[in-house]
Design a protein around this ligand. Sequence first.
Ligand SMILES: [Fe+2]
Length: 145
Amino acid sequence: MSAPQSQVVLQAALTDLLDLGLQAKQAHWNVQGPNFRSVHLELDEVVSSLLGWQDDVAERIAAIGGSPDGRPVTIVQTSQVEPLSSGHLAADLVVKLFASRLDAAARRIEAKLGELDADLPSQDILIGTVAGLDKAAWFFHAQLV
Ligand SMILES: [Fe+2]
């Protein structure tokens, strides 16, 4: 895969990771109810992880000659993450929403990994990102059994 095609895959991942980070902060501020403290703190751990993955993906785009696009308008127009509703959010609902959103983002990235067989460093970064998203999703899924 040529660098421009790698950039398309990386940019799509970046956009979803940026949206997830914003949504996790929104939920961190708006979560209410039983398990508030646990979910409130867990969301900030997710934000911290997402910041690292965002940076790895964005800087890979730059390293292969592209221009990472982290503008709000790009997130609004191209993110594939399901939107979060405004207002307060019950903690048990937040757990379900983030288990689902993190898993869905991992599956979207995973589905594109085969397109990066000729760009193994980019593929490696996204494989690590998928593993991280899967782990974060598991932390929420484990609260639902
Ligand atoms: Fe906080």
